[in-house]
Ligand binder design. Structure first.
Ligand SMILES: [Cu+2]
Length: 91
């Protein structure tokens, strides 16, 4: 098992989170996906089979450009999303 941390652009509501979750889980080898909407970060637990390149490609195709980040970037990105948990910001 390994952990892949990603920033995901374009998530503005719970539906986006579902789409991103679904896109990531479609990659074989992915075991668990945790997505934080506010900080625009997805944390993926997977086997070696699932690479960050495959996940990023799937997310790009789903319309959510993403980038792999190290675990240390997580905190500095917190609270920088435009939406901050509002429910209707996806228009
Ligand atoms: Cu949305």
């Amino acid at each position: 098992m390994k952990t892949i941390n990603l920033t995901v652009k374009g998530m503005t509501c719970g539906n986006c989170v579902k789409h991103v979750d679904h896109a990531i889980r479609s990659i074989s080898g992915v075991q668990q996906v945790d997505i934080d909407l506010k900080s625009a970060i997805a944390v993926v637990q997977s086997s070696e089979e699932a690479t960050s390149a495959l996940i990023i490609k799937a997310l790009n195709e789903a319309g959510y450009p993403s980038m792999e980040i190290g675990p240390e970037v997580k905190t500095s990105l917190a609270n920088k999303s435009c939406c901050m948990g509002e429910s209707n910001c996806c228009n």
